[in-house]
Write a protein of this length. Structure first.
Length: 121
């Protein structure tokens, strides 16, 4: 099977893509390069810390799924479902649509990966 189409490897890579997205968003939130947000610094720090927490969660999920771990498959599905719900319940902009598309592809990969990971003895 083509390495890029292998569901476990694809899921792992997409979790890492999500990690990059959330790290970038946290940095943008803190540095305010576009100066679009007039939120107080404390609020920006809290939001950035939540984004960093999500980045850590997606990285850990990708790491564990990449090692065919049943536990981390469940962790990854939990992180993914929370991200999907939060993406569609927030103000939906262009970046949200990009994240939603990545997450939906990741969901399909995780379902396929789960068939392999969960069927192992």
């Amino acid at each position: 099977m083509n390495d890029w189409l292998d569901p476990v490897r694809l899921a792992c890579r997409l979790f890492y893509v999500n990690t990059g997205i959330w790290l970038t968003l946290a940095a943008v939130t803190l540095t305010r390069p576009l100066n679009l947000d007039a939120s107080p610094p404390e609020v920006r720090w809290i939001i950035a810390l939540l984004m960093l927490g999500n980045a850590v969660a997606t990285f850990v999920a990708g790491f564990g799924v990449g090692r065919n771990s049943r536990l981390f498959w469940y962790v990854g599905m939990g992180v993914l479902i929370v991200n999907l719900v939060l993406t569609v319940t927030d103000q939906v902009g262009l970046l949200d649509l990009v994240v939603l598309i990545v997450d939906l592809i990741l969901l399909a990969a995780m379902i396929q990966a789960g068939r392999r990971i969960l069927s192992r003895p």
